[in-house]
Design a protein around this ligand. Structure first.
Ligand code: ADP
Length: 499
């Protein structure tokens, strides 16, 4: 099988990355961190350093925030018509597609995900985010209202941009996550300082190049690579930032809520999950099996909405668990650059140790390792796709987010929907849920009963820019995507005119 990319592009990229450390992008210019510090970037498929990126800190964040503030407060961006903002966003989408191979290769080297996943989920997903949100730039509007106070009134609302946005993103889908925050912010008329994850900073630097090429005014989008505790914390703390849009772990999300109180920034959070997959006795099991396997082994389980708790009716339990386990055993692990690879490594050694620790804790608490359970051979941070059976609520592997390719399988015996929903809802999280049944009534009843922000019935599928995404309970605050997502980057103002 031939590589689905040009080997010379990869070679050129590798040479270029090895020679030149990547810089910060502040006020339209590329520059080193004020401290001169660098972060080593590791290829998780080999464990080798292959690039360096500037380690921005508080001083760099301050420069970036001031640039974003000036761009927001001045006419260059706020005075730009919505249609002109939309055109710039559409141009950036085209540039992303035109540079898709380089972006996807960077994503694969940096994060480990298979190249085709990087191409479709990251590059195409990012272009679609920009195109979808570009449409909102010209359509965000207030309403006219009818007050009941005595007198005659003309009353209406205005939707105004919230201001300077600090966007903090994780390492699991670095490029599309960054664009998913920038796109609605731009549509709403905000300016942005983006802080990529320290593990996967490289594709954001390509994004900066394309932003410059697209012709956005200086300071509208600034990108500061750096560590969470330094650059990320400085961004959350900064008094000139109006909103933080964060995607990452629930524990860091809680820290951000506390740190944002200084100037009462708006905060939206897209956090962890422990999403249930419920397969009823009448389900189309042959479709449910590959979808459930993809839902937990896709991107090596490093997906906030991964279907990590499987509840199966006892009449089909053995068939489903055997089917998913067979797929797990046959998945080809390897470098994301190999065309045969179906599952890449975990992002870091730390993450691999964490995931293996969870698998061991499951075994200690009485779970059976049906398949997988080990680190895979080789230098990279690979963990075998793993199915645990004999799991039950109360076990750490069932309660906590593992963020790896580990499925906990449980059975249910009766058809009492309330009892099944109670099991599915027995979690601190509420991000997503999947329901598999041919009974239309069961499907919709369960969709109502499950406490999760995203429900899928009889199908898997990825994130769609039109579909709101976000969590109940400790899975987050607010929604991304859709109208709700872009409105989260606005303030609502009411205006009353006495006639
Ligand atoms: P994960 O647990 O998936 O690695 P994290 O929640 O730790 O994800 O990280 C997500 C993003 O949050 C990263 O960009 C990281 O640098 C950033 N981050 C981590 N700690 C903080 C913090 N205290 N303040 C702001 N950002 C942080």
């Amino acid at each position: 099988m031939n590589a689905p990319f040009s080997p010379s592009t990869l070679e050129q990229l590798r040479q270029d990355l090895a020679q030149t450390p990547r810089q910060l992008f502040i006020n339209g210019r590329f520059e080193a961190a004020a401290s001169g510090k660098l972060i080593d970037v590791v290829d998780p498929a080999t464990g080798q350093n292959f690039a360096q990126v500037a380690a921005g800190e508080a001083e760099d964040i301050d420069c970036a925030v001031r640039a974003a503030r000036a761009a927001f407060d001045g006419p260059a961006w706020s005075g730009t018509h919505p249609s002109a903002r939309a055109r710039l966003m559409l141009k950036l989408a085209d540039l992303i597609e035109a540079h898709g191979e380089r972006i996807a290769l960077t994503e694969t080297l940096d994060n480990g995900m298979p190249f085709m996943m990087a191409k479709f989920a990251a590059v195409m997903g990012a272009a679609e985010q920009l195109r979808y949100n570009a449409g909102w730039a010209t359509k965000l509007a207030g309403e006219t209202l009818n007050p009941s106070s005595p007198g005659e009134w003309h009353a209406y609302t205005l939707r105004e941009p919230v201001g300077v946005v600090g966007a903090i993103v994780p390492w699991n889908f670095p490029f599309v996550m960054a664009v998913s925050k920038i796109a609605p912010a731009l549509a709403a008329g905000c300016t942005v300082v983006l802080k990529p994850a320290e593990q996967t900073p490289l594709s954001a630097v390509i994004l900066a190049e394309l932003i410059a090429e697209a012709g956005f005014p200086e300071g509208v989008i600034n990108i500061v690579t750096g560590y969470g505790e330094t650059a990320g914390a400085a961004l959350v703390d900064h008094p000139l930032v109006d909103k933080i849009s964060f995607t990452g772990s629930t524990s860091v999300g809680k820290k951000i809520v506390c740190a944002a109180t200084g100037n009462l920034k708006r905060v939206t959070l897209e956090l962890g999950g422990k999403s249930p997959v419920m397969i009823f006795g009448d389900a189309d099991v042959e479709r449910a099996i590959p979808a459930a396997a993809m839902g937990i082994f896709g991107n090596a389980g490093q997906v906030c909405a991964a279907g990590s708790r499987l509840f199966v009716h006892e009449s089909v339990y053995d068939r489903v668990v055997e089917g998913i386990s067979a797929r797990a055993a046959s998945l080809r692990l390897g470098s994301g650059l190999l065309p045969t690879t179906e599952m890449g490594p975990l992002v870091s050694d730390e993450q691999r140790r964490r995931v293996l620790g969870y698998i061991n804790s499951g075994a200690d608490e009485g779970a059976n390792v049906q398949v997988g359970g080990q680190a895979a051979d080789g230098d990279g941070y690979f963990v075998q796709p793993t199915v645990l059976t004999g799991t039950a609520s109360g076990m750490k592997v069932v309660e906590e987010e593992i963020f790896g390719p580990v499925l906990c399988a449980m059975r249910f015996g009766d058809d009492d929907l309330e009892a099944i929903a109670a099991q599915a809802n027995a979690s601190q999280y509420g991000l997503a849920a999947s329901i598999w049944t041919r009974d239309i009534s069961t499907a919709h009843k369960m969709a109502r009963r499950v406490r999760a922000g995203t429900v899928r019935i009889n199908g898997g599928g990825g994130v769609d820019p039109a579909m709101p995404l976000g969590g109940f309970k400790q899975s987050g605050w607010g929604r991304e995507n859709g109208k709700a997502g872009v409105e989260n980057f606005t303030e609502l103002k009411s205006v009353t005119v006495a006639l």
